[in-house]
Design a protein around this ligand. Structure first.
Ligand code: SAH
Ligand code: F3S
Length: 433
C-alpha cells in the first residue's frame, strides 16, 4: 500500500501553487498518494498564511487537532509564510511537529521529509530557477509563477519578511511551463507573483531584461493558450504601455486586480504604497474608458493607524468612482516585523468594525446594481468545474462565475452563454453556442 498525504492550503494563489509543487514532488519522487481523510494520512501538511493575525492564532489549535486525530507514526509538517516567520518556535510550541518549511523553500519538501525536526526557512534561498513540479489542482487552468518574493516595503505587510526579496523567474522557463500546460489542456494560464508588473527587475542569473508587458506578449504567442490571467499587479507600475497591452491583447482576460489598500493619499503615503488617490483613479478610469466591461477587483485595509473619518471617506469615494466587482476588505491587523505596528494612533476596533461594515454594505448595493445590468447579456464562458445539481461552472472573460445546466462534455470548452439570472456571486444562464 502506498503512503498517503493530507494537505490543507490557506492564503493566496501563490500558496496554492506552492502546494501543487509539493504535491508533485511527493507523488512523483516519494510515492505518496493524496487523501482527504486526515486519519489515514502518513503525512499531514498545512500550508499557512501570515498576512493577518487571526489565521496565525488558529494555526496552533489546528495542528493540535491534527496531532490528536492523526494515525500512529504520521508526520506533521508546517509550511508557508507562518513557517517562515516563526521558524523553530513552531517546534518549541508544538513539539509533535516534524518539520517546518518556509514559503521560499518549498522545493526542499523531499529533503525535510527525511530530516527529523528540520527547519528550512531561509528567505534568501533562490528558488527562481527550480523547475516547479507538474501538478495542477484543475486540469483546465495552470498557475505559473513568474517571480518570488517582494521588493516593496508596504509598512503593514509581513510578506517581504516571509518570502524574501523579489527575484524574477527566467522568461524561457515561464514560457516552457506555460506551453507544456496549455498543450496538455490548461488553456488558461494564470501568472503569479506578489508584484507581477515589476517583472524583470532582478533575475537570479544573467538574463536579458524583459518587462511584464513583454512577458504577457510572449505568453500570448503560445498557440494553445486561450486565456491569460495574472495576480497581483501593483497600481504604481500600471504604466500606459501595460494598460494598452492589457486592453489590446485578446488573450488577456479583462479582469484586473488593483489593490487600492486606502483611498486617502495621506494614508497611502504612511503605507509607503508609492501612489496617490489621483494616480489610482486615473489608472482605473483609463482602464474603464478603454474597456467599458472590464471588471476591477481590489484589496482594502480599513483603519490603518491614523486613519481619520476623512481618510475613510476618501476610500468610500474611490469605491463609488471605480465600481469594483470584488473587494477583499479587512480591518488592519498589526503584524510583527512591520513598521506600522509601532505607529501611534492605532484605530479602536469598534471604529474599524463600523467602517468595514459600511464599506461592505455599500459595495453589496453597488454589486446588485452592476449585476442587474448584466441580465440578458451574452458572455463567453470557459467551463472548468462540475457543480452539484447537474450544473457546470466557468468564468467569463471578466472573471464572473457563471453556472449552466450541463455535464462533463462542457468542461474545457469556451461557449457563449446568455445570462438568465444575475446573482451577486454567480450568474446563471443558458449555453447558446
Ligand atoms: N502583493 C500583494 C499583496 C499581498 S498581501 C498586493 O500588492 O496586492 C494580500 C493582501 O492582504 C494585501 O493586499 C492587503 O490588503 C492584505 N494585508 C496585508 N497585510 C495586512 C495587514 N497587516 N492587515 C490587514 N490586511 C493586510
Ligand atoms: Fe506586501 Fe506591499 Fe509586497 S502589500 S506583498 S509589501 S507590494
Amino acid at each position: 500500500m502506498s503512503k498517503k498525504f493530507y494537505i490543507e492550503t490557506l492564503g493566496c494563489a501563490m500558496n496554492v501553487r506552492d502546494s501543487e509543487h509539493m504535491i508533485a514532488e511527493l507523488t512523483q519522487k516519494e510515492g505518496y498518494e493524496p487523501t482527504e481523510n486526515l486519519e489515514e494520512a502518513d503525512l499531514i501538511l498545512i500550508n499557512t498564511c501570515s498576512v493577518r493575525e487571526k489565521p496565525v492564532h488558529k494555526l496552533f489549535s489546528e495542528i493540535g487537532l491534527f496531532n490528536k486525530r492523526k494515525k500512529e507514526g504520521a508526520k506533521i509538517g508546517v509550511c508557508g509564510c507562518t513557517a517562515s516567520h516563526l521558524g523553530e518556535e513552531i517546534i518549541k510550541r508544538a513539539p509533535f511537529v516534524d518539520f517546518v518549511l518556509g514559503a521560499r523553500n518549498v522545493s526542499k519538501i523531499t529533503k525535510v521529509l527525511h530530516t527529523p525536526k528540520a527547519v528550512e526557512v531561509d528567505i534568501d534561498y533562490d528558488e527562481s530557477q527550480y523547475a516547479f513540479g507538474e501538478f495542477r489542482s484543475s486540469p483546465f487552468k495552470a498557475y505559473v509563477n513568474i517571480s518570488i518574493g517582494c521588493d516593496k516595503q508596504c509598512t503593514f505587510c509581513i510578506v517581504p519578511h516571509t518570502r524574501g526579496e523579489e527575484v524574477s523567474i527566467p522568461a524561457d522557463l515561464i514560457i516552457q511551463e506555460a506551453r507544456k500546460a496549455a498543450q496538455s489542456g490548461a488553456k488558461e494560464i494564470f501568472l503569479l507573483g506578489q508584484n507581477v508588473n515589476n517583472y524583470g527587475r532582478r533575475f537570479g542569473s544573467d538574463h536579458p531584461k524583459i518587462n511584464f508587458t513583454e512577458l504577457l506578449r510572449r505568453v500570448s504567442e503560445i498557440e494553445e493558450v486561450e486565456r491569460i490571467r495574472f495576480t497581483s499587479p501593483h497600481p504604481l507600475h500600471m504604466d500606459d504601455e501595460f494598460l494598452e497591452e492589457f486592453a489590446r491583447n485578446p488573450k488577456i482576460c479583462k479582469s484586473m486586480h488593483m489593490p487600492l489598500q486606502s483611498g486617502s493619499s495621506r494614508i497611502l503615503k504612511a503605507m509607503k504604497r508609492g501612489y496617490t488617490k489621483e494616480w489610482f483613479l486615473d489608472r482605473a478610469l483609463k482602464l474603464r474608458e478603454m474597456i467599458p466591461d472590464v471588471s476591477i477587483s481590489t484589496d482594502i485595509i480599513v483603519a490603518f493607524p491614523g486613519e481619520s473619518d476623512e481618510d475613510f471617506e476618501d476610500t468610500m469615494d474611490v469605491i463609488e468612482k471605480v465600481r469594483f466587482e470584488q473587494i477583499f476588505s479587512f480591518k488592519y491587523s498589526p503584524r510583527p516585523l512591520t513598521p506600522a505596528k509601532d505607529y501611534e494612533n492605532q484605530v479602536p476596533d469598534a471604529i474599524a468594525s463600523e467602517r468595514l461594515t459600511r464599506l461592505q454594505a455599500r459595495h453589496n448595493e453597488m454589486l446588485d446594481e452592476m449585476k442587474a445590468e448584466r441580465q440578458g447579456k451574452i458572455y463567453q464562458v470557459y467551463f472548468e468545474e462540475l457543480r452539484p445539481g447537474g450544473m457546470v461552472a466557468g468564468r467569463t472573460d471578466n472573471n464572473w462565475l457563471v453556472q449552466v445546466k450541463g455535464s462533463e462534455e462542457l468542461l474545457g470548452r469556451t461557449l457563449d452563454v446568455k445570462i438568465t439570472e444575475a446573482g451577486r456571486l454567480y450568474g446563471y444562464g443558458e449555453v447558446i453556442a
